[in-house]
Design a protein around this ligand. Sequence first.
Ligand code: RP5
Length: 168
Amino acid sequence: MPKARIAVVFGSDSDWPVMEGCIAQLRAFGEAPYVELMSAHRCPQRVHEFASGAAADGFEVIIAAAGLSAALAGAIAAQSCVPVIGVPLANGPLQGVDSLLSTVQMPPGIPVACVGIGEAGARNAALLAIRILATHDQKLAAAYRGFQAEQAKSIQAKNESLMDRFAR
Ligand code: RP5
């Protein structure tokens, strides 16, 4: 089995219903990610081990998702040179605004690429990871162009149907 190039980590099993979509999107491009539950606050030692070994372990992109006071993406970025995509999750009374700000407001010198809150963000994180790998993987780049063409076709079809109903 080829080694995973992408790692998807998240803070709790309660994050799974959203992160399932991220993993499905990666698999749609033939990428089988490494997946692990880890928490910056609840198991910081494991996060340290994972982040400090991530480059040597062959990971090219890390997707890190968490809710509430979301420190996971930042904690990993602080201890690794692998690009980190943070996914803020809406797992609390502030509906993800807390995790969005925690993930996106990194201090200078520790970059995290933060996507939007929740399901759309989780899916975009997968697509961004694919784009990063596609910079040096021609097959993946071609698959991504196919995905974009399909997306454009679907919008065109929806527009046609709208025109049929309202504008013609
Ligand atoms: C965060 O706290 C997790 O990422 C999760 O979104 C949130 C709640 O975790 P649980 O209490 O459901 O385990 O660290």
